[in-house]
Design a protein around this ligand. Structure first.
Ligand SMILES: [Zn+2]
Length: 107
């Protein structure tokens, strides 16, 4: 008889979701309107007639938004490897060398 505590590995990911319109958007048809929420607690979609408690609607919308966001950004991509700057061409400084030699010879 072993009473070992088995600990399931759970990974918790926190996703920031903008909660501003979650209680106004219909969780059934996604219609978003201020009139969908006649009272503080009641949600009644004017588009599809879906009714629910605003907390339920908001929670559903937050969950959906979080899942969409997680799918959009599965993992941060590593920065691209630094590729060297393209060399700015070989400098055939003909006249520049001549002038330099001229200056050197002048002294
Ligand atoms: Zn609706």
């Amino acid at each position: 008889m072993g009473g070992g505590a088995s600990r399931a590995k759970t990974s918790i990911s926190v996703i920031a979701v903008d909660p501003r319109n979650t209680s106004r958007s219909c969780s059934a048809c996604r219609h978003r309107a201020k009139v969908n929420r006649p009272t503080h607690e009641k949600f009644h979609c004017v588009a599809c007639g879906h009714t629910a408690h605003t907390d339920t609607v908001a929670a559903t919308n937050v969950l959906r938004a979080g899942l969409v966001r997680r799918n959009a950004n599965p993992a941060p991509s590593p920065p691209p490897a630094t590729c060297g700057w393209p060399s700015s061409g070989t400098d055939h400084g003909g006249p520049r060398n001549e002038s330099a030699q001229h200056l050197l010879g002048a002294t």
